[in-house]
Design a protein around this ligand. Structure first.
Ligand SMILES: [Zn+2]
Length: 238
C-alpha cells in the first residue's frame, strides 16, 4: 500500500475554490504549564468532533481556551477520558464537539484550510462512502452560511495510529510534548500503520494527515481540489 500526506498548496498558488470558514470546536482541554519539561504549550491538531460534552458536569471548564498548571490539566483529562472514543490519543489543547462558526464562498470536495484539519463536502462524503473508504467518522460542522450556495461540510474525526521511522526523541513523561521539530525527510514505520483505515493521523506527528492511495484515487475523482497529496516513503522496519 502507498501512503500520502495531505498538504495545502503554497500560499501564492492560485486556488480553485473561494470558500473560507471561521470556526472553533465547542470544547477543549486547556493548554499546560509543565513542571517536568518547563514548556507552556497547547496542541493544535487533535480533535474529536463526535464527542458531545453538553451534558458533562464540568462542561464549562472545557469552554474557554486557557492555560492551566499541569495538575489541574491532569484532573480535567481524567474527567473527560470516559467520554472519549476507545484508545483516543489526547494532549493539551485537544478539542471536542463540532466546529461552530461561519462560512462563505464556494467549497471543493475536500477542504483543508489547515493541514491538520480535513472537512469534506456532503456529496463528497457520500461518494467516499459509496467507494468503501474505511475510517470515515464525519461530524457536520455547524457553520452559519452567508449564502444558500454554501454546502454542508463535515469534519472527519481521524484516528491516531502508526508512527514515523526512525523514532524521534521520547516525549516528556509528564505532558507528552515532543521536543523535536518534524524532520524534512521522514518515513512511515510500515509495521505500525493501520490496515483498516484509509485516512488517519500519526501518533508521533499528530499534525500530519495520512491517506492511502485508495483515498487519494477517490478524492481526485471528485473534481478539482485545493489539496495536494505528497507520497510518503514507508520503512519496512519496526
Ligand atoms: Zn512536559
Amino acid at each position: 500500500m502507498r501512503y500520502f500526506e495531505l498538504c495545502t498548496p503554497h500560499y501564492d498558488m492560485r486556488r480553485v475554490w473561494t470558500g473560507s470558514y471561521q470556526a472553533d470546536a465547542r470544547w477543549m482541554l486547556p493548554g499546560v504549564e509543565c513542571p517536568t519539561c518547563g514548556e507552556t504549550w497547547s496542541g493544535i491538531a487533535l480533535a474529536y468532533p463526535s464527542v458531545d460534552l453538553s451534558r458533562h458536569p464540568l462542561r464549562e471548564e472545557f469552554e474557554t481556551p486557557r492555560l492551566e498548571p499541569f495538575a489541574r490539566y491532569a484532573r480535567l483529562l481524567e474527567q473527560v477520558k470516559p467520554w472519549l472514543p476507545p484508545g483516543a490519543q489526547v494532549e493539551p489543547g485537544t478539542t471536542f464537539g463540532p466546529l461552530v462558526g461561519t462560512a462563505e464562498g464556494s467549497f471543493g470536495p475536500l477542504v483543508l484550510r489547515d493541514p491538520w484539519k480535513l472537512l469534506v463536502r456532503e456529496d463528497a462524503l457520500d461518494a467516499m462512502r459509496t467507494a468503501g473508504l474505511r475510517g470515515l467518522v464525519p461530524v457536520r460542522a455547524e457553520l452559519a452560511a452567508s449564502s444558500a450556495s454554501v454546502p454542508a461540510l463535515h469534519e472527519l474525526e481521524l484516528a491516531v495510529r502508526g508512527r514515523l521511522h526512525p523514532h524521534g526523541p521520547p516525549p516528556c513523561g509528564t505532558c507528552g510534548r515532543v521536543e523535536a521539530a518534524m524532520p524534512e525527510e521522514f518515513r512511515l514505520e510500515g509495521p505500525s500503520l493501520p490496515t483498516d483505515l484509509d485516512v488517519f493521523r500519526l501518533t508521533d506527528a499528530v499534525t500530519l494527515i495520512v491517506a492511502t492511495a485508495r483515498f487519494v484515487e477517490v478524492a481526485r475523482s471528485l473534481g478539482p481540489l485545493d489539496v495536494l497529496f505528497r507520497e510518503l516513503p514507508v520503512s519496512s522496519e519496526g
